[in-house]
Design a protein around this ligand. Sequence first.
Ligand code: ZN
Ligand code: CU
Length: 476
Amino acid sequence: MKFDYLFRNVTVIDGSGGPEYRADVAVQGDRIAQIAPAISGSAQHEIDGTGRVLAPGFIDVHTHDDINVIRMPEYLPKISQGITSVIVGNCGISAATATMKGSVPDPMNLLGEVEHFIYPTVAAYAQAVEQAKPAINVGTLIGHTALRNNHMDDLYRAATEEEIAGMREQLRLALQQGGLGLSTGLAYGSAFQSTTEEVMALAEELAAGKGIYTTHLRSEFEPILDALDEAFRIGRHGKVPVVVSHHKCAGAKNWGRTVETLKLFDKVREQQDVSCDCYPYSASSSTLDMKQITDEFDIIVTWSEPHPEVAGQSLKQIAESWSLSLQEAGKLLMPAGAIYYNMDEQDVRRVLSYPVTMVGSDGLPNDPMPHPRLWGAFPRVLGHYSRDEKLFPLTVAVHKMTGMSAARFQLPDRGLVKCGYYADLVMFDPDTVQDVASFSDPQQPAAGIEAVMVNGVMSYGRDKQVIGRAGRFLRR
Ligand code: ZN
Ligand code: CU
């Protein structure tokens, strides 16, 4: 038998969480064709994998890449980490199904400008992805805030019965067309006034379509236990799995409290399907939010529409140079983006090592000075947290970014190195894999990622260039 690709003598970490093993792995077409201790056939391309790990391509379950995967289809920030699939549409904001009447509301402005919102249905979005042929696979959630913006004239109030009915209808169609589920961003002003009942009504649509509910909680600060309780209630009501997005305890007064939140997860997991995602850093990033301005920790301004010249400076520096208070300076900078050093390292470690935590980057690809998670989240878990800090074994790290994620988001035939599965694969050097992107120099490809294959097409190699684009739209 002559295969297309043959990885010789690799250490397979298959994504299931099980032990690693030595093998040859053959690829034919877009699938994994054979896995054996020594494959006798030959191949078009043979790759010596001695000393290297072969793992399923990583799945970034928390992204805001909706528009960027179409506009910049090479998508180096992600493929260079070994990521072969991204889930877009998180935190209540999706490009799929969003139509803009006027200006783009916060935080939908994280995704792009008004002229980029041209995908009124999941079908239209899927077609655009397929036409653009990005280097990575793309699946989408449907954003609650996007639905609100379509059906309401004012986002800063609760939706009426009629508006909810309109949102439900649109969500139903979106799920039929392959949307993976519903996401909310209840902490943001543009969704904060929605009632739990409003979200519950939408969640009812998910049960029928077996979708998933992901949520940027109503609060990640002091009221976090109530916010978790709300999320779990919505899941129970809709009879759907819940994913708590970028789980953290934000704000200095809240540090250490993941002991409590994870205890609640433990308890609730006995009765319902709940999990979370996490990025491996103790600083967060989003739009600049007046409610989050504080002198308790550093805040770096990453962009500002009226004052682009201050990007990269701390809010404190800016306020001092303008002889203003932090609040006054913040007001003048809006709309703007920020990095908040608002987490405790021990909390990050606790969440990351929790058994049902998946890795998600939450990277913000339009930021001129992005949080380094955009380029570094996955190799940082492998190199820094697993190898160097020994937070958990490499097999567990890989499971949290592959098998666990594919099962949660119901991505068939992906997330494992297994015969018959799609050949989404990453080969990396376990001794050198590492994030290179830093807060001061955030746009850097990772070290140690040596080959990335998407649907059987070799897409990224040692010279850190994108050499193939074979990503597909992932329908539920
Ligand atoms: Zn979020
Ligand atoms: Cu997010």
